[in-house]
Write a protein that binds this ligand. Structure first.
Ligand code: FAD
Length: 175
């Protein structure tokens, strides 16, 4: 059996930051749709967080497939400065029920950051212990499947993207 890798990286969004702590950015929703469509075919799972203009993503799966996906992601014009924060062989994936979990930038994330001494989400300033705490926080934190209930005041296009992204992860779960 091919060995499993957990790769954690951060990058800077190349689009205007619409992150207002209460919804999902259209660009991010598109990325989620692509991830949830592609990742199950590669046995890849993980989590994506976007806040304060930064992406933070955990990719777990067969080593070659994760490395191949990461190379593709680094060429994506929607972000820059992709930097691997940690990369380790694992026995068990943490995010095995998610082709790509999404955690919105909400109050609980702010509280987590403040508790750990960070006023903004800037993963480039996080040390290894903080990265590890963040990965585990994102693992236990409920994901975006409840997002259309959580954000009923969102504009229609946001609800549509929430619906699309929720839907593709449920299809994966059905297989
Ligand atoms: P399609 O979705 O069919 O797209 C065709 C081409 O158009 C691709 O080259 C794509 O890069 C480009 N494209 C599509 N939409 C846009 C857009 N709005 N702006 C600019 N170019 C666009 N992909 C995954 O499969 N799994 C992941 O976990 C994943 N995580 C990502 C995390 C981040 C932070 C970013 C920025 C991108 C991520 N992507 C992920 C997207 C990845 O970079 C590729 O765009 C995607 O894998 C291509 O999917 P596809 O081959 O099905 O192409």
């Amino acid at each position: 059996m091919s060995c499993l890798l957990r790769l954690v990286y951060a990058s800077k969004a190349a689009f205007e930051n619409h992150d207002d702590s209460d919804g999902i950015d259209l660009e991010v929703a598109q990325i989620l749709v692509q991830s949830r469509r592609n990742n199950p075919k590669q046995q890849i799972q993980g989590v994506l967080y976007y806040g304060d203009g930064h992406f933070f993503q955990v990719l777990e799966g067969p080593r070659e497939k994760v490395q191949q996906l990461y190379r593709r992601i680094t060429e994506d014009p929607r972000h820059t400065s992709a930097t691997i924060l940690s990369s380790a062989e694992i026995d068990q994936p943490l995010f095995n029920s998610w082709s790509m979990k999404y955690i919105p930038a909400d109050k609980t994330v702010r509280q987590f950051l403040q508790y750990n001494g960070h006023l903004r989400f800037d993963p480039f300033t996080f040390d290894l212990a903080m990265i590890d705490r963040l990965v585990h926080f994102l693992n236990v934190r409920p994901g975006s499947e409840q997002s259309s209930d959580t954000f009923p005041h969102q504009p229609a296009w946001k609800r549509l993207w929430n619906h699309l992204t929720t839907h593709s992860s449920q299809r994966k779960a059905a297989h």
